[in-house]
Design a protein around this ligand. Structure first.
Ligand code: ZN
Ligand code: CU
Length: 480
């Protein structure tokens, strides 16, 4: 630093975990503008603001590798469920579900309705959505995926059929426009209504456009139950044919008969990584959540209703109790609640731990921000990994846990100069207390903010501090 120069912000006396997995070091961190200006012993340095980090960890801001925050970024620009747990970047557009491109004025079927109502889908080109983020920046950065269900609805006469050649061409054009506008890749949700009828050939043909642009193929696979390995093979084949790196979304082995099967699925990923790029994300819970689907209700051990348009009063209640009150069989109650959402208890804790502990797993919340009674992963995922799984259970070191939510995810999604604390990187930072960091959101009280998060900074500006959002909106739509 030149004589007389002064930093904007200086974190003093803290311990840095840099996001690479390297052991923690005592270091000060200086920020100038939107970048980290220096890391080390900065005793005597001047700064416009000094933050005492004594007894605290300073790490890269967390990257939520799997979100459905496309619309949240516009309607809750504080991105409160995420910034309050230390998240500074979200990857949106997962599971084939993206807010764009989709010409306005059409009905929005499940699961796209997870993002909002018909009025929220108002971006005929992907670039229009990116421009909306540029014009009204949120508090967090956003990396964006183009969803296959959105493309199918926008281009196809009947989404219950495989796409015809001209429809595939139309999807390829729209995806190319999205990649041009900066999208990080292409996502599918092959288990869902508007996406189900797509053949492997169709998906590979569309994904090729993402691969050619250097983007990823990110997939909620066709099957996460009995057919999980065949579904993985399909994802890998699509990645090979498209020339794209594959990310398996929210990896799980659902259904009691599949408990323990992550031994096999992780071995399959490990073998496949020898010949092609494969990554994955995982959330730290044994329950999943999505729209209320008859098939998933059938397979789950317990279901909690998260929202229902005709029956909002049942949000937060067990489906079994709702059915009893309505004097209906389970599936009749499911029908009566539509459109609706649910939390599904369907996984084995040992599988969840094994997948979290796998070195290539990124942490992604898969939170559903518009649900009336959301799955607690929306508000608790990152502190739960750091507090419960790293500190309390010792499943992984704090350094490794931080890596899966920072450096690893930045590398996977190609986010240049993010996910690491080092001179020259963007100043996306979180200061937290390793002794007290914890998730507070539960299945009963799902929107309680996390504990132990002191300061959250995005591109050099503080967005969350002492339990409050500052109102700063320094987030950016990140271009590939
Ligand atoms: Zn999904
Ligand atoms: Cu998802």
């Amino acid at each position: 630093m030149a004589v007389g120069e002064q930093y904007d912000v200086l974190f003093t006396g803290g311990t840095v975990i840099d996001g690479t997995g390297a052991p923690r070091v005592r270091a000060d961190v200086a920020v100038s503008g939107d970048r980290i200006a220096a890391v080390g012993d900065l005793a005597g340095a001047q700064a416009a603001r000094t933050i005492d980090a004594t007894g605290r960890i300073v790490s890269p801001g967390f990257i939520d590798a799997h979100t459905h925050d496309d619309n949240l970024l516009l309607v809750d620009p504080d991105v409160s469920p995420k910034t309050s747990q230390g998240v500074t970047t979200v990857i949106a557009g997962n599971c084939g579900v993206s807010l764009a491109p989709l010409a306005p004025g059409r009905p929005i079927p499940p699961p796209l309705d997870l993002l909002g109502g018909p009025a929220d889908f108002r971006f005929p080109r992907f670039a229009d959505y990116v421009a909306a983020l540029d014009e009204a920046p949120p508090a967090a950065n956003a990396g964006l995926l183009v969803g296959h269900s959105a493309l199918r609805l926008d281009t196809m006469e009947d989404v219950d059929l495989p796409a015809a050649a001209d429809e595939i061409d139309a999807m390829r054009e729209r995806l190319a426009e999205g990649m041009e506008a900066g999208a990080l890749g292409f996502s599918t949700g092959l288990i869902y209504g508007p996406n189900q009828a797509a053949t492997t050939d169709e998906v590979a043909a569309v994904a090729e456009v993402a691969g050619a642009a250097g983007g990823l193929y990110v997939t909620h696979m066709r099957n996460e139950h009995d057919g999980v390995e065949e579904a993985m093979e399909e994802a890998f084949e699509i990645g090979r044919r498209a020339g794209a790196g594959v990310v398996i979304s929210h990896h799980k082995c659902a259904g009691r008969q599949n408990f323990g099967r992550s031994n096999d699925t992780l071995a399959l990923i490990e073998r496949t990584r020898e010949r092609q790029a494969v990554g994955l994300d995982v959330y730290p819970y044994t329950a999943g959540s999505t729209v209320l689907l008859p098939d998933m209700v059938e397979k789950a051990e317990r279901v909690i209703v998260t929202w229902s348009e005709p029956h909002p009063e049942h949000a937060g209640r067990d489906l079994e109790d709702v059915a009893a009150d309505l004097r209906l069989e389970l599936q009749a109650a499911v029908a009566a609640l539509q459109p609706a959402g649910g939390i599904y208890f369907m996984m084995d804790e040992a599988d969840v731990r094994r997948i979290i502990a796998y070195p290539h797993s990124m942490i992604g919340s898969d939170g559903l921000p518009h649900d009336r009674h959301p799955h607690p992963r929306l508000w608790g995922t990152f502190p739960r990994v750091l507090g419960h799984y790293a500190r309390e259970l010792g499943l992984l070191t704090l350094e490794d846990a931080v890596r899966r939510m920072t450096g690893l995810s930045a590398a996977q999604f190609g986010l240049t100069d993010r996910g690491e604390v080092r001179t020259g990187a963007y100043a996306d930072l979180v200061m937290f207390d390793a002794e007290t960091i914890a998730d507070r959101a539960t299945f009963d009280e799902p929107t309680r903010p996390a504990a132990g998060i002191d300061v959250v900074m995005v591109n050099g500006a503080v967005v969350y501090e002492e339990g409050r959002h500052t109102g700063n909106r320094p987030g950016r739509a990140l271009r590939r």
